[in-house]
Design a protein around this ligand. Sequence first.
Ligand SMILES: [Zn+2]
Length: 269
Amino acid sequence: MSPRTQGHHFVSSDSYSGRHRAPGRHRAPRRGPRIAKSGYLLPGAAAAALVVTATGATVAESAPAYFDLTGTAAKARAHDAASAKFNRVETDQQREVQVTAARARVLEAARIARSAERSAVVKKRAAAAALKKAEADRKAREKWVMPINGAVFTSGYGWRWGRLHAGDDFGTPVGTPLEAMSTGTVTFAGWQGGYGNKIEIEYWDGTVSVFGHLSQIETTVGDKVAPGDLVGLSGNTGHSTGPHLHLEIHPDGGSAVDPAPWLHDHGLQ
Ligand SMILES: [Zn+2]
């Protein structure tokens, strides 16, 4: 073998070792930092310098910087940062939720207060309306009306021929409607001597009215009446000289009084 051949062989095997060598053979001598399969860099001068300069950092932070070549530690840091950010965001969200809840509570309290206020106003108005209605009802119930309409006053209360004429006479055609003068109860309905057909009504204030000489009685004892209710028809029965209504007023059910001033005092006539 010539050196050339040998050399050729040597050069050949060396130059083409990348192509032809069998696995695990003809490895190049180790020079400088070895690359491990794991991808970690073994400590060298530069890495040592990194450790020295990383004095301000924690071990956990410096360790990946020291070893990391593949970005695993960087990924971990990124993850930590993202996690911290996530935690911040979560805290922000929690705070926002708390603030929103607090605001909602305040608004709800205000809403309840307003609602109560409105409710109070509504109740006050309802109470006022009820009072007004009650007052209107009372006025309607205690209202006084004339027992007869369109009648002509013909004879007043007073002594006549030695006898007391205890009421007023109103001339009116037979069959004229006669009305209850206010709210009350019928206490008499029937024939009685000179009165002919007679009706007595006791009203809410104790006053008793007497209607005489009726042609027709349209109510019975015990009937509840309201102002203006029809109770009978005028006539000419009993001691009567012509068709008329004989009206008596007995305050508190006592003696008859002159109807004229009483009617005037009650807004009638
Ligand atoms: Zn009379």
